[in-house]
Design a protein around this ligand. Structure first.
Ligand SMILES: *Cc1c(COP(=O)(O)O)cnc(C)c1O
Length: 389
């Protein structure tokens, strides 16, 4: 990392792995897989082989079959395709869906759009740790429920949901289960051969791949169908038409392979950093961890602090690149709706900083963060001593 900034926002996006950047560039030019993979000539077949290899690489990471993957532009599109596509496909059977208010906007806003079209959504509140109570889901499932959408790892807090238990319940009641797995795939085990999941959204740019390429896993089982959102060519079984972006797909495939090979090492790395950061921050008066300590992906640590205003804190923390809440919402000064759902007051939610780290983060950087945070808090409390407890 260059010395003028410290990047601690891996949950917003990651830098592209140089090996991934290299393969992407190689598939763009005349001697690579530049051709249209739907063309039946030699160049087309070459491009098509590149796509097949990448599909196998991603399928291997999540243990599914290649024909269960649909390439999209990212997890936002995958979420839209899964939720809107399934809702439309199953509309005649019922118009009830279940989710949580702590989901990413690319889930909550899709569901709100459906709500306006006459669908009924049940929003299950998390417990104070940010987790779904399975009993609440059992109570909410109805005869006309068509889909449950619950994320794997929360993008603001790192909280992990019990996908296995949720999926088992959905199977029992014959309800489709969609998982926004954008923050989990490639970072935590996600084995679709054993998990009762019908659809899962993924994206390359959270695992050292490029932005603009994602995938939707759609189980090859009866009843698991989506109506397309786009119409055009016959690509991808007409579920998601459009010429396949071979360079981006090759890049996602390689990023998936590398993530799989490094899963344990990457996890151990961020776990050590998380412990170090929390050990340092938790000694500062008024600091609180947001979300479960036990059931969380350690690549994310979200902390609030009493008597400190978030925007000022963020500015005082420069050159640290961190975020308040999720990157998608940072232009607004509203307190995080995710943290509000966990029962945090407006003031505490507003003071939240999300630290997220990855492969290139060092323990020296973490030590600097702790020092910087302590310093910033000290200064801000001096400026507004009346506010301090
Ligand atoms: C980043 C993210 C998305 C959006 O992914 P894009 O590929 O940027 O569209 C959706 N859900 C979660 C949980 C995310 O972290």
């Amino acid at each position: 990392m260059s010395d003028d900034l410290i990047y601690l926002d891996y949950a917003a996006t990651t830098p592209v792995d140089p090996r991934v950047a290299e393969i992407m560039l190689a598939q763009m030019t005349m001697d690579g897989g530049f051709a249209n993979p739907s063309s039946i000539h030699i160049a087309g077949r070459r491009a098509s082989e590149v796509v097949e290899r990448a599909t196998r690489q991603l399928a291997t990471l999540i243990n599914c079959s290649a024909k269960e993957l649909i390439w999209t532009s990212g997890a936002s599109e995958s979420n839209n395709l899964a939720i809107l596509g399934a809702a439309r496909n199953r509309e005649h059977r019922g118009k009830h869906l279940i989710s949580m208010p702590t989901e990413h906007k690319a889930v909550t806003d899709v569901l709100r759009a459906l709500e306006k079209k006459g669908f009924e959504i049940t929003w299950l509140q998390p417990d104070a740790d940010g987790r779904l109570r399975i009993g609440d889901l059992a109570d909410a499932l109805r005869a006309d429920t068509q889909l449950v959408s619950i994320m794997y790892v929360n993008n603001e807090t790192g909280v992990i949901q019990d996908i296995k238990a949720i999926g088992a319940l959905c199977r029992e009641r014959d309800v489709l289960f969609h998982v926004d797995a954008a923050q989990g795939v490639g970072k935590l085990p996600f084995d679709l051969a054993t998990l009762p999941v019908d659809m899962a959204s993924m994206t390359a740019h959270k695992i050292y791949g490029p932005k603009g390429i994602g995938a939707l896993y759609k189980a090859d089982r009866p009843g698991c169908n989506v109506d397309p959102l786009l119409f055009g060519g016959g690509q991808q079984g007409r579920i998601r038409p459009g010429t396949l972006p071979v360079p981006l797909i090759a890049a996602f495939g390689l990023a998936a392979r590398i993530a799989g090979e490094n899963l344990q090492a990457d996890f151990a790395h961020v776990q050590a950093l998380n412990k170090r950061l929390w050990a340092g921050l938790s000694t500062i008066a008024g600091v609180l961890r947001n979300g479960s300590a036990e059931h969380s992906f350690p690549g994310i640590l979200n902390v609030s602090i009493e008597d400190i205003e978030g925007e000022s804190l963020l500015l005082a923390l420069e050159p640290l690149c961190v975020s308040t809440g999720s990157a998608c919402n940072s232009l607004k000064q509203e307190p995080s709706y995710v943290l509000r759902s966990l029962g945090r007051s407006d003031e505490l939610a507003q003071s939240a900083i999300r630290f997220s780290f990855g492969r290139a983060t060092t323990s020296a950087e973490i030590d600097f963060v702790i020092h910087r945070y302590r310093d910033a808090v000290g200064k801000l409390r001096q400026l507004a001593p009346g506010k301090a407890a």
